[in-house]
Ligand binder design. Structure first.
Ligand SMILES: NC(=O)c1ccc[n+]([C@@H]2O[C@H](COP(=O)([O-])OP(=O)(O)OC[C@H]3O[C@@H](n4cnc5c(N)ncnc54)[C@H](OP(=O)(O)O)[C@@H]3O)[C@@H](O)[C@H]2O)c1
Length: 306
């Protein structure tokens, strides 16, 4: 598995993580198969969130992982907090601290390697978040911190109050969700793709050494379904198949290689619970697409160049 530097540190992490948002749909033995498939492919990084099916995904992970042979320190385990579903976003110190205790209990862990704030809270008080982070770190409950779906100004504002460097920003990015890069190629134009909805975060991340974690790498829409083998995307699937044949892998590997080909050293969050799809995705980390192949996929996904 390709390894990348985590944020501004010299620590290495795999270029893919296993996201467990969908682990709630699996039995404990099935979850073990998925975790083992990921681990054996070099994916020793887990991404979770407190809200995944009200904590069920984390409970299943906890039951599964605690019975496996993989040592705790060999797996980087991250979760997210800050959303109270349907009610509010909540970055209060009280909520963050309470949420971490519940995550640790559900996942049967003593500490999290990373805690990520899930989606910006309009009422965020960065100093209050800083207190929560300091307390969690001092108590040995969380090692590193990050955010998710933050724009550049929100990221800078929070960072300005923290004693720790933020390592991650989780953003949606896939062949069917390319806003993060479209506007750069449509610079100074007035067409739809020229609109920057991502506040140039990818460039900011490269300049300031923040790891961007790409969520829903095989989905279209807001995780409406996979575009892989989906009749709604014939051109894209034709191009994926062509390259899958060339590199002797499956389509997941090509869609993954497309994300990892970007020089920002993005970490991709694989959400599959199917060991074959996990193994195939991991093969994508070994493929370096040519520039033309990368652009051919981008265009086959329905994008255009000015
Ligand atoms: N920060 C955020 O706001 C945010 C939002 C969403 C997700 N996330 C994170 O990102 C992770 C990944 O998200 P995701 O699960 O939406 O990502 P994904 O990996 O793009 O999608 C996984 C889904 O696609 C299916 N799939 C993948 N390859 C397939 C294939 N070849 N044929 C048929 N089905 C296929 C999987 O089914 P199988 O299991 O059968 O393979 C699974 O249902 C989550 O687990 C979570 O950790 C973060």
């Amino acid at each position: 598995m390709k390894r990348i530097k985590m944020g501004c540190t010299t620590l290495s992490i795999p270029a893919m993580a296993l996201g467990i948002m969908r682990m709630n749909q699996k039995s404990v033995p099935e979850a073990q198969v998925a975790i083992q498939a990921a681990y054996d492919a070099g994916i020793n990084f887990i991404d979770s969130a407190d809200i995944y099916d009200g904590g069920k995904s984390e409970e299943i992970f906890g039951q599964a992982f605690s019975q496996m042979q993989i040592k705790r320190e060999e797996m980087f385990i991250q979760s997210k907090t800050g959303i109270v579903p349907g009610k509010r976003y909540d970055f209060s110190k009280e909520h963050i601290l309470h949420s971490v205790d519940e995550i640790l209990e559900r996942m049967q862990l003593d500490y999290l390697d990373s805690l990520v704030l899930h989606r910006p809270d309009a009422l965020m008080d960065p100093e209050e978040v800083a207190e929560a982070f300091d307390q969690l770190q001092a108590a040995g409950k969380v090692r590193f911190f990050g955010v998710s779906n933050f724009d550049t100004a929100q990221f800078k504002l929070l960072q300005s109050c923290l004693s720790q460097r933020l390592m991650f920003n989780q953003l949606q990015f896939s062949l069917k969700h390319t806003g993060m890069i479209d506007f750069g190629m449509h610079m100074n134009m007035v067409d739809k793709p020229s609109v920057d909805r991502d506040s140039q975060f990818l460039d900011y991340a490269r300049l300031h050494k923040v790891t961007v974690q790409a969520w829903s790498p095989f989905q279209y829409g807001m995780f409406e379904g996979t575009f892989i083998d989906n009749d709604g995307f014939p051109k894209l699937n034709q191009e994926l198949q062509k390259l899958a044949d060339k590199y002797e892998v499956g389509k997941n590997a090509i869609a993954a290689a497309w994300i990892l080909r970007h020089p920002a050293n993005i970490q991709m969050l694989v959400g599959s619970m199917n060991p074959q799809h996990i193994r195939d995705s991991a093969k994508g980390a070994k493929i370096r697409l040519t520039r033309q192949e990368w652009y051919d996929l981008y265009l086959a996904a329905g994008n255009y160049l000015p």
